[in-house]
Design a protein around this ligand. Structure first.
Ligand code: GLV
Ligand code: MN
Ligand code: MN
Length: 408
């Protein structure tokens, strides 16, 4: 029996493992990550999954099919969070998948394929700036150099993996061979307002928008806030402000584009000092790769022009780019049927947020089921879903699993 109450209780229980008292922040390879893993590993085993932690820190639970060793239908989502996060982004997909397996194993039901439930260790990329590290490792797309990325304290991923009890040299072995994974399907909150506006508990995702992430460093000259006349300043923060507005203008130039400067740091950072150095990030997304690439090109050109006009040094680094990930039509059709079996009108919609399927699409066809969330609010402690919607989502996922037919 599926229990939506238990799904929500488990999201609550995971939310208590946070570095931020009274809020939720749980980053990759942190003590809170370990505590959350221990909980989820226990739930996986209780549900009848053989569960382990792989070399990159993903949780992997496997439920064999009618024979041992069959290719798998892969399910799951991520267990890390953004800063001051909500409790459903990621976690709901892992817990709902475990709940579905628990229902199958309670009846002793085996399917003509195995099921694997993945709890990805790093999707948000908060600690090391490396998004989707967990799913990229499964796809065999983590180059050794990536493990040298450092967190704010100068610790590399390689060092953090060792401190977590994992062996970074085994990361290449996490990759799956072709044919091992029949498909990847993820349940996730919508993180947007469409389903709520249309009065629907769930929807079927058509594609995940692509994204580009960049890091910008502006070098001006620090000086005395009282003595340096305005026309003689090289204020890096004033230049950055102009850049932020230029990025906003570019993103507003097309309805399909979004652009965000989500992090900015001014140094030395004192009330009476002209900011000499600024670092900020850029995140650009679109449902068409060409549109996104044009926008990034325009942003770079404008930042360079602003820096030149203001006699400011500028260094722009591309951190990561992932193209649009289309969901597979044959999987969308099967999800449509599962939604219709719930008596819910089938609504297909794109995903503006990034998801692990973007990395996994190189090894398997992907699909996603969205669950309505309150006000479309996400990446925010106010993230909220109802027990009824969690129930519809879990039942739809279970129907999809039980009727899943691999592409012949
Ligand atoms: C992941 O949550 C993203 O879209 O940034
Ligand atoms: Mn997120
Ligand atoms: Mn997510």
């Amino acid at each position: 029996m599926l229990s939506a109450g238990r799904i929500l209780q488990r999201c609550d229980a995971l939310a208590r493992h946070s570095e931020l008292p009274g809020g939720l922040t749980r980053v990759y390879l942190s003590p809170e990550n370990r505590a959350a893993n221990d909980l989820v590993l226990g739930w996986m085993r209780e549900a009848g999954l053989a569960a382990r932690v792989d070399a990159i820190g993903n949780l992997v639970g496997r439920y064999e099919g009618s024979l041992a060793g069959l290719p798998c239908l892969m399910l799951g989502s991520h267990l890390d969070t953004v800063r001051d996060a909500g409790r459903y982004d990621g976690m709901l997909g892992v817990i709902a998948a475990i709940e579905c397996v628990a229902a199958l194993s309670a009846r002793g039901q085996r399917l003509p394929f195995a099921i694997e439930v993945l709890g990805f260790g790093d999707e948000e990329g908060v600690r090391f700036g490396t998004t989707m590290l967990g799913s990229r490792a499964i796809a065999g797309a983590v180059e050794a150099a990536v493990l040298e990325s450092r967190d704010a304290n100068g610790i590399t991923i390689r060092q953090a993996l060792r401190a977590f009890g994992l062996d970074p040299d085994q990361v290449p072995g996490v990759a799956r061979r072709s044919g091992e994974v029949l498909a990847y399907a993820e349940l996730h909150i919508e993180q947007g307002p469409v389903l709520e506006a249309e009065g629907l508990p769930v929807g079927v995702v058509t594609a995940i928008n692509g994204f580009s992430r960049l890091k910008v460093a502006l070098q001006g000259e620090a000086g005395h806030a009282g003595t340096v006349p305005m026309n003689l300043r090289r204020d890096a923060l004033a230049a950055a402000a102009q850049c932020v507005l230029a990025i906003e203008r570019i993103a507003r130039g097309d309805q399909e584009l979004v652009g965000t400067v989500g992090r900015i740091e001014a140094r030395p950072g004192a009330i009476n000092v002209i900011p000499g150095e600024v670092h900020f990030t850029i995140d650009v997304r679109a449902p068409r790769d060409e549109l996104r690439e044009q926008a990034v090109g325009a942003a770079i050109a404008q930042i360079e022009a602003i820096a030149q006009q203001r006699r400011i040094g500028c260094r722009i680094e591309k951190l990561q780019e992932l193209g649009v990930a289309k969901c597979a039509p044959w999987l969308m059709d099967q999800l449509d049927r599962a939604v219709a079996a719930e008596g819910v009108r089938v609504r297909r919609l794109p995903s503006g947020a990034g998801h692990d399927g973007m990395a996994l699409k190189s090894i398997a066809d992907i699909a996603m089921l969205f669950v309505r969330c309150k006000g479309g609010i996400s990446h925010n402690p106010a993230e909220s879903i109802t027990e009824e919607d969690a129930a519809v989502g879990a039942r739809t996922l279970l129907h999809f699993i039980e009727h899943f037919a691999a592409r012949s």
